[in-house]
Write a protein that binds this ligand. Structure first.
Ligand code: FES
Ligand code: FES
Length: 79
């Protein structure tokens, strides 16, 4: 199953070291770019990450990045 494209571009979010985040891999969350449990029955599971720096993170909104949960520019190649 292909993930849903939540947005064809990254979400710039403020993250903090010492916290754990769960990036939405399925694209269905209403709380992008984070998981809200909507992946149920999609076969997708969220990607956990713990930032190494406090500050802005650019998290993939298209869900097709090859470096999840981060945007790697793949969104520019999507139809
Ligand atoms: Fe997905 Fe950029 S938003 S690769
Ligand atoms: Fe998308 Fe959980 S809601 S991975």
């Amino acid at each position: 199953m292909e993930p849903t494209i939540a947005k064809k571009g990254p979400y710039a979010v403020d993250v903090e070291t010492g916290k754990n985040y769960h990036w939405c891999a399925c694209g269905r969350s209403q709380n992008q770019p984070f998981c809200d449990g909507s992946h149920k029955e999609t076969g997708f599971t969220p990607v956990a990450f713990a930032p190494t720096e406090t500050g802005k993170a650019f998290l993939c909104g298209c869900k097709h990045s090859n470096n999840k949960p981060f945007c790697d520019g793949t969104h520019a190649k999507l139809e």
